[in-house]
Each structure stands twice: as structure tokens, then as C-alpha cells.
Design a protein around this ligand. Sequence first.
Ligand code: ATP
Length: 451
Amino acid sequence: MANKNELTDKIVSLCKRRGFIYQGSEIYGGLAGFWDYAHYGLALKNNIKKLWWKRFVEDREDMYGIDAAIVMRQEAWQASGHVSGFSDPLVECKKCKSRFRADQIPKSDLGKTVCPECGGTLGEAKKFNMMFKTHVGAVEDESSVSYLRPETAQGMFVNFKNVVDSFHPKLSFGMAQIGKAFRNEIAPRDFLFRSREFEQMEIEYFVRPDEWQKSFDELKNESLAYLADLGIGNDKVHEFEVPDGERAHYSKRTIDVEYDYPFGRKELFGIAYRTDFDLKNHTEQSRVDLSYLDEGSKSRFIPHVIEPSLGVDRLVEAVLCNSYSEDEMGAAATDADTAKDKRVFLKLPPKLAPVKIAVFPLLRNKPQLVEKAREVFGMLKKEFAAVEFDDNGNIGKRYRRQDEIGTPFCVTVDFETVEKGAGVTVRDRDTGKQERVMEKDISRRCQKIMG
Ligand code: ATP
């Protein structure tokens, strides 16, 4: 297996070659921190999001979905503390002018901080607000200032009263949202990991103040179970209790769940106890009462909040790192012409794979094979949707292409299928083994493994 950044480079290159993810604005030289999802990457990302939504919204009775606007009035960002406090320390090299996040620079032996690019002296750290600023409407003055949201969370807090008035939920209950967030990161890096535009899946879970711990544990465990469902192995996942002084301005307790990426152990998602910080501040700023009337005790109070916040793109990258595999397909390979070739494949859990099944006629110039393969394709497509037909190039190349995008099964129609009614071959991505399966059994066979 490839080492550290070599592995990331291989994944970036596979993503481009096979239509998963492209560098943003590539034809103009690229724009750092922005990525464009292509057909397969989008399917993978959507599968990751769908599983989250199912687990945390559809399968529960205490969650309310929302899709709030990205741009809000500037007062919302003043109340949340982002205008004054959402900043990272920025340092500039006096010699080469490169800019870095001060807290991410390794110290030299002398304990003196030097430029990682040229070894020059670094200037004083300055606060750099990471929100993208914009103006709403035709007039660009202080009153029209707004920001692209740096987290989806605030779109939920500002709608707390609306949701309570519409649905009359009983505590504890949550609001859930999947959407874009934007941060003008000083140093975007490590592929999707640190982007300037990314997606978050967040829950704001409202609880009675004395019940926060129970919900914190429940949502943390449920988020870890979700990771396991994505096939992200336990041995690469670690919990980090963020100490006092290092937590975000709103948090009384935070656990970062970290993953062993090829470039180091880094935060995959966080779960924070936000107390009543946000609802209290929005109440003060907006002068709209965001307290909750507890029917049982007839008392009125501001609920406390537990927030699991997951970065979709960091999950996409973790899933890719986790499933990227290389082997030499020797004994297991039945396609003799490519046997012993180095093979790259994505060992994606079938439910995440962008394509579930690929169907091939053995040869494209034999009408009876093509016709039968089209028939099998039509049948499977109706049932599994994410099914592809491919008759391009030799069969070995077609297998390799599907291996690289992580397709769990390839179904091939050959002469035995049409001449002897002997069924099709079904090839398993991970072992390369082929099995004869009667046509009527293909769908059951695939379904069993897909789970
Ligand atoms: P970091 O310390 O890595 O900058 P953070 O602690 O600021 O992250 P949060 O504010 O807790 O991150 O954001 C919640 C989640 O959003 C993160 O756990 C991560 O999954 C995702 N996220 C945050 N910043 C980025 C980014 N620049 N690119 C991609 N995902 C991000």
C-alpha cells in the first residue's frame, strides 16, 4: 500500500480520471479549496447523505428537517459570535510573503517559528475572519453586508420558534440540516479535507438543561454507528476530548471524532454541547423570545443544545481512503489477458457504490450477445437503478474500469448464456471470482450481497 501523501495523490488522480471529483475552475488554473463533484463522486456523496438522513431523520420521530437559506441578515452572525470571533491566527513570511495558520506551523529546534516554505522569519500573528463577506442588493454599504454561512447551524437556531409553532414538538427534539458551508480557510489542503466550500450534516438537538449528558452520549454513539455503517473501521476512528481553552467559543464540552487519514489523524466530525448560547444570544439580538414552554412543569426556559456536526466531504475522503485498494490479480483472475496486472479497486460498501452492477456483452459485435445483455440490463436497471451497460473495449478493461469506481458486481452475457441457456457470469469485485448464475436468480443474488 502506498505511503502517506502518495496515497492521497493516487486518490486525487483516480477521482479525476474516473469522474468522481475535479479541481474547481481547473481550466483557469484551479481555485484552491474548491472542488467540483462529477457523476460518480456525486452519487457517492448522495449515498452518504441519504444514509445519514435516513438514520437521523426518517427513522426517528423527534427530528425536523430544514433547508435554510445560506445568506442571512448580518445580525444573525453578530449574535452567533461569528463576526467578532470566527477567526484563525494568520502569519505572513517576511521573506517570501507566504501565509499560514499560526497554530499549524511546526516549531524549529530553537523554538523559533520559521516559514515552512523558505525558512524566513514570520511576522506577528493577526486575526483573520474566515467568513466570506458579501453585499445583499444593489447598494454596497454597511447596512447591506452579509456573509456566506460558515456553518449550517445558525439557520436552525433562527428558525427555532417557527418549528416550535408549526410542529409543537415535545422536548427533547432536534432539527437536522444538510447544506453548504463556506470558510475562507487560510491554507486549504489535503484534497477535500480542508476546503473553502463544503457540505455539513448538522443536528441541533434541544434538551432540558439537566438532560444534556444523556443526549450527548446518545447522539455521539449514533454518529459512531453511522460511521460503522459507512464501513469506516473502528481501528481508524478515535475520540478526542477537546480540553478547556481549545473549544469553540460556544461550547462547554466537545468531542472530536478523528480519523487516520493518510496525512495524519484529523477531525472527521465533532459533537458539541452548545448550552443555551445560541438561542439566548438570538433572543437578545432579535428581541424575539426563543424560550420554550414546558407543558408538564408549566415552566418556561431556553433549551440547551447538543450538536453533532459532520463534514460530508471529509466523510467522502475517509470513505475513499478506506476503500482504495491495490492488488495483483493473479490466481483469482479468470480473465487471462489481464491476469497478474496490478489492479486498483475501490472496496466500497455496496450501498455506497455509485454503480451497483455493470452489465456487459462479452463481445460488442455479436448481436445475439448484445441483445441478451440489453435485456438483462433493462431488468436489473428497473430494480437497482444504479446499473450501467458497457460494451466498450475488451472485457478485461471493462472489469478494471468498474473495479476502479467500486462496482460490486459485473454481469457478463457470453456464448454459453445465449447458446446453452447456461445463465450469465457474475464477477465479484473484491475477489475477481466469477460464478455462473441463472438469469432468474441474478437479482436475488445481487440483493443478498447488497444487504
Ligand atoms: P478544523 O479544526 O479542522 O478547522 P473545526 O473544528 O473548525 O475544524 P467545526 O467548526 O467543528 O470544524 O465544523 C464541523 C465539521 O465541519 C468538521 O468536523 C468538519 O467535518 C467540517 N469542516 C469544517 N471545516 C471544514 C473545511 N474547511 N473543509 C471541509 N470540512 C470542514
